[in-house]
Design a binder for this molecule. Sequence first.
Ligand SMILES: [Zn+2]
Length: 233
Amino acid sequence: MIDVLLAGAGGAALGALATGVYYPNSRLFGRAIGWGPRGGGGLYLTFDDGPNPDATEAILDTLAAEQVPAAFFMVGEHVRRFPATARRVAQAGHEIGNHTQHHVKLHTLGPARIRDELERAHATIAETTGRSPRTFRAPHGYRNPFVASAVRRLGYTVFGWSFGVWDSDRPPSEEIRRRVRSKLAPGAIVLLHDGDGYDPAGDRRLTAEALPGIIRDARAAGWEFRSLAELVA
Ligand SMILES: [Zn+2]
């Protein structure tokens, strides 16, 4: 569908459409929050593509020990597979967001498929955890106009992110930690991964191992971890 849109658009319009599709914080297809308030010393941790027992459980242990809030954008199919881990995230009070049922790239899909992906994930998460998601993040940030209408029906606040560190490529945990430290900025929404959108058994333990150091570095530099819930409309 986006190919049709792009084929029919020229020059600047084409550039703007491509930005709307691929840039996670673009406003073209509805508002997506990519930063918290830039004035303070707040940071927001977000984890995508879980739950994944090996990584998510270790991350929850660290967050509890350090009393740090976080947001988890969950894949519905992974919630169905690992309900106990999803429930533990909810019970710890972290923000739980919708990341589609099957982690599909939405920008090429039509309205019915997109609505189905979002509404099935919403139902799976709500039935499993007892908490209805209020937030959405598109897989890879890819959106189109139909995503905006599906999101509106569910009353969601849409999030992008300020920066990621390619932790999905599984660099050493010290490298994940170093990349986060080098990019910290006021109000940053940090994208990390506690799961693999395409493999429920994907290994994200290196991200979990990096987390204590990430928290230590940020606090040593004077940053404060805040809840993404503050940014929900
Ligand atoms: Zn994802």
